[in-house]
Write a protein that binds this ligand. Sequence first.
Ligand code: HGY
Ligand code: MN
Ligand code: MN
Length: 427
Amino acid sequence: MSNGAVPETDPSEFEGADASFLKDFATLSTFGATDRGGVDRQAGSEADGDQRAWFSQLLMENGFTVSFDQIGNQFGMLDLEAGKPYVVVGSHLDSQPTAGRYDGAYGVLAAAHAAFRLAAEWQTSGNTPRYNLAVVNWFNEEGSRFKPSMMGSSVYTGKMTLDSALTTTDPAGITVREALVSSNALGDGTGPQAAYCAEIHIEQGRSMERDGIAIGVVDSNWAANKYEFVVHGEQAHTGSTVIADRHDALLGASLLVVAAREIADHFPDGAVHTSVGQLDVYPNSPVVVPSRVNLLLDLRSANEALLREADRMLHERLEQIERSARVKIEKVGSHCWPVTPYQPEGVALAEKIAANRGITHARVKTLAGHDSTNMKDIVPTVMLFVPSVEGISHNEHEYTTDQDIVTGLHVLTDVVRSLCEGELDPS
Ligand code: HGY
Ligand code: MN
Ligand code: MN
């Protein structure tokens, strides 16, 4: 596990537009910056509002018009021909708490710089591509402050209702609507009509670094079952209450945390991933046996049959835990997505482009969800990865080299040019 400081971006190693991209990335990394090289800029926070304002300015300075849709998705649009649909390219600026500066933000800025380069190219050549171009910063991809994750693109693609998103509250009871208003991001309308989508993102895994691959072409995503459970017990005195009388919700939750890891360990070669990432204990007082614990359990696999088996084992363990800890375990929410492929024609296009540039590339699966996981279900979508050093992510030590993020920008620019010029249109 790398404990060294995260290297600074160094634009001086590059020239021209690439240096300008790295300079902008260094600026973007100052929003919500932590003193260990990471960021903390959760959806709708002040830091998120500040970075969105900076990004709007950058888009407008480069000739793009900025708008926000009804769930706070931020768009920079290049309207080359009125009435034409858009190639929508981007990712998310919001982050997990004390996390890395690349997750999402790299993809948003790379999308903007790719779009700026293409706008200049078409202006010089006089060519008008078949589609307009929209850069996007999706709202609340991370789902840390407001659950579930990928919220903005879920509303855009119709997977989540606007009302259920806007009324979602954070632990302090603030709604998404209030957070959008306070960060000047509540717009109206449903955003630009997409014909195609593209996204570039860090891999957040080790496979590309291990295999020496500079560009990952994502051909499908792992399936995920994310559950919210409430473990119900009874408050009691931690000292005077006899053990036989205890209904200890935190004991029950702790047994569930261990059960999750035991289930993952049951499957060979790490085929199933799971952890409990969030645990809220009530009343969380030192001398009170907890009566309620809310917990978020994340279960994932590339193999849906294994995921079903892991799911069955999990529900079996729930019943055992209810008996042994004398608690009640209630499932109060879930957010699941199946294994689904990215369009093969998009995969082939990205592979051709990387090959033409002589860049090492391979097909990879995404284990994390992304906004492209939603978008590929409504329009042909191309998803690209760049390597993560030691696979570290959702951690302040998250790092990708300057060369890798610049290489990714070059390939993304070619992919978006091809999409805009109709290369994937049915002949
Ligand atoms: O849920 C996910 O996998 C993503 O990181 N939001
Ligand atoms: Mn992300
Ligand atoms: Mn993330």
